[in-house]
Design a protein around this ligand. Sequence first.
Ligand code: NAD
Ligand code: UGA
Length: 475
Amino acid sequence: MPDSKTSICCIGAGYVGGPTMAMIANKCPDIEVHVVDINQTRIDAWNSDVLPIYEPGLQEIVAEARGRNLKFSTNVDQAIRESNMIFISVNTPTKTFGVGAGRAANLEYIEKCARQIASASEGHKIVVEKSTLPVRTAEAVKRILSTSSRNGATFDVLSNPEFLAEGTAIEDLLEPDRVLIGGESSQAIQKLVDVYARWVDRKRILTTNLWSSELSKLTANAFLAQRVSSINAISALCEVTGADVDEVAAAIGTDSRIGPKFLKASVGFGGSCFQKDILNLVYLCEHFGLNDVAAYWEQVVKMNDHQKSRFSRNIVKTMFNTVSGKRIAIWGFAFKKDTNDTRESAAIHVCRDLLREQAVINIFDPKVSDEQIRNDLRDVMINGSGELSATDRKLIEKNVHVASSKQSAASGAHAIAVLTEWDEFKTADFETIYDSMQKPAFLFDGRNILDHKKLAGLGFDVHAIGKRIEASIQA
Ligand code: NAD
Ligand code: UGA
């Protein structure tokens, strides 16, 4: 059983810190869990009925523990002082400046946390790296903690990377494939093991050295993303040969050595982590002089970029080589279903490409706000240049419309492009939608979720990833 005095603080109330701590608080009612963030708006949302992130099942878990042993606030120093286990769950984005720009992880938020922990701590603390970090970051964290401590505090540092996926975070936290804990002190490791062992089978709690734990997280994401890029690469070959990518995926997935998961061809992977973590891995390999290894992994990201632009190019080519002034309904803007997260969503890149072709885009996503969509498009148009050009500003103002339903987005449109696999798109009333559209009514299924044969039967000109719809229908 864990020490009854275990008390937890988590710095960073984001997509990981919020759900992870809510689950710990839920499963360990005797452990005080205090989640802190510098973002007051985010904390206010965690304390309200409209949580800052959409995640199925999260509301219930938070409601059960909040006010009992789960607390959200901006009192970072106080939370550090009052707890003996401190999780760091802040963002670790790709660096956008200086050495390693565009590749290396920006560790400034991690360092700030380490310094704040050092200055606010008294007694002994276990510091847990929950954020995804380059291998050997714990070395720097330990050094900062030991040299900046003001009150004679002592520290153990553990690595405990998070493997949850958005949209299924609660399921993933409830029944993780594994919990990984890396560290040097067996006592500190045991304390954290004891927390997870309240609901996770002990056999699924793996303990390793610090560096294996840090590197395993980057490697897991690299392998997962590699599978998506691999099937997407094959999807291009399917389109020119008449093979069907879903049939190929099903056929290879039955091989128990390959397995069926993560073989869904798509418009490209998105999300806050795959690209950033692979680029981080690439940077690390280059740093250690492993240039061929770096080039190998970089190809996964290049393939993903290729898939996204291939999709938008295909739309333009199919629609008689011009989409200028044409209305295109964009169904889905989040990077996957069941989340309101749009970070690195393929939709952002496809919309940018279509806007630059002067298309008029009507975007509908059931969970993403109008403001978020416009901010994302603004950011992608700026793309490091610092300023939005007058032309791009005009395009965003005049050519971007955010619709309140999938039907209204499609009404009067020349095409629909499905960019997120929301369930509600599968059950749309396509007969009515077809009647409301310009003809020919094009449909580009970037997620292969629709009944293509049926839609072609209704009159749609259907295009999907890794399939030749017309050919299969004529046959
Ligand atoms: P996020 O941006 O949603 O949340 C990070 C939070 O940290 C923000 O609210 C920010 O205000 C806060 N923060 C930053 N510096 C702070 C400081 N000094 N003090 C207090 N708060 C501070 O990020 P996220 O998606 O939760 O990801 C966090 C980490 O977890 C990243 O390293 C990411 O790679 C990793 N991760 C993310 C996922 C995921 O599904 N999003 C899954 C596994 C791992
Ligand atoms: C991913 C990993 O799955 C998590 O284990 C990890 O913790 C997390 O990254 C992280 O470190 O942030 P996440 O990005 O939330 O989780 O979601 P995934 O389900 O992995 O999907 C990532 C992207 O790949 C999405 O755009 C999704 O649509 C796409 N994808 C996924 C495909 O195109 N095809 C697939 O077969 C699977």
